[in-house]
Design a protein. Sequence first.
Lengths: 57, 436
Amino acid sequence: MHRAYWIFGLVVLGAMAYADYRGLSFTRYDEVQNVPKSIRNNPGAYRGLYQRYYFHK
Amino acid sequence: MAGETSPGPVAPASSHEAPKVRALACPHCGGPLTVRGLLQTETIACGGCGSVLDLSDDSLRVLSTFRARARIAPSIPLGSRGKLLGDTLEVIGFLRRKVNVEGIDYEWSEYLLFNPYKGFRWLSEYNGHWTFIRTLLERPDGLYVVSYQGRTFKHFQRAKAEVTYVLGEFFWRVKVGETALVDDYVSPPYLLSREQSENEIVWSLGQYVLPEVVQSAFRLEVRLPAPIGVYSCQPAPYTASARLIYRLFAGFLAGALFLQILMLFLAKNQRVFRGDFQYSPSSGEKSFVTDVFEVPGHTSNVVVRTHANLSNSWLYLNLALIDESSGHGYDFGREISYYFGRDSDGSWSEGSPEDEATLPAIPAGRYYLRVEPENAGDPVSYSIVVYRDVPRWKFFVLAALALLSVPGYLFWRQRYFEIQRWAESDHPLVTVSSDD
């Protein structure tokens, strides 16, 4: 049993280090692809873009 | 153990006078009797008629008789020989005893074992649990706690034990119905027993033995029954493993703490953007974009903190963090609400004027925020501050909980085991109140 716990503990520490280093979190957000640079001049146009290109994370 | 102090071993006489196993006939019923005790036993109980006979008398005078409810066949037949805990022993006697606790009879078996050089030993069996017992010459001292051979024994139970059945040979004048006041003390896997009869006080030391060990020692053909419940001196399972697991847990927790502190030192926790804004619903297009700002370093989190001057109101922000060069956007919404007042119980508040959102694993690059606010219609001022590579404690807490799962489970199992052990004693760990 202690060998299995050794492995389990190392995996947990490794996962913790990875999560901390990558800055993982549980916040839900959507990813939008290919936002054109013109959005900076016309922010309202983003609404149509969001509805077409989003996918949930 | 039942009866008087067992006599010490007697070295066999020279070969032409050596006592031998004798075959006799019961004078009461004529049933066969085999005497194996080599002149060291005083009585023999006949399995056929329940007569207890005097072995010191040539005519086998009947000392007492009893009428058993049913003839009991011992699990280890009389005459069986085996090597147990280093000693070769022969089963020469068998008896049943009982205690009455709160109106319920609890019965167990005792086997008298004999070795001509080592003397007498006992094997006790209760609900499939076996204990190998030897009588002590010493008299340990103590009332609720007894120290013996560097171990501390805790008082387990006091009860009056009564002999209910006898078969085979014994080194004292055993009688069905004889009683002794017994105090048991435990330090698993050991059991100290103090027996007080009319004539004397006898101490004995028992050691828990697995049924498989007894089975193989005496080469029994019939499988011994599996143990039921937890016995007083039964060693707790996983004790040695549990200690090692607890030490490993402490080591891993220290390792996790070290990693967390290391991350705290290495994290940049850098502010990369701050903006103060005013929102008034009467204006036309609500959404706007911020200036472009640099998000440096390795792929890590981005924390967006917002603060709004709210007074019994709410503000909803549709936010998108957009990479200026790749056009990749991270879209999220945050609601900030803050209400407060006074009532008969005093002042109260609900919500908070501040909010924080963490976006995970954001690659380095040049970003801007697209912001689209909404609220009930009141003008409100708010600020947005963006930080990069902010250290967090939540994964340390999650790791600690995950690491605790195994030792926590073991601790619970051990605790439950001890509760079961002591439930049968005079000192239960958990008492259940009766509704009667």
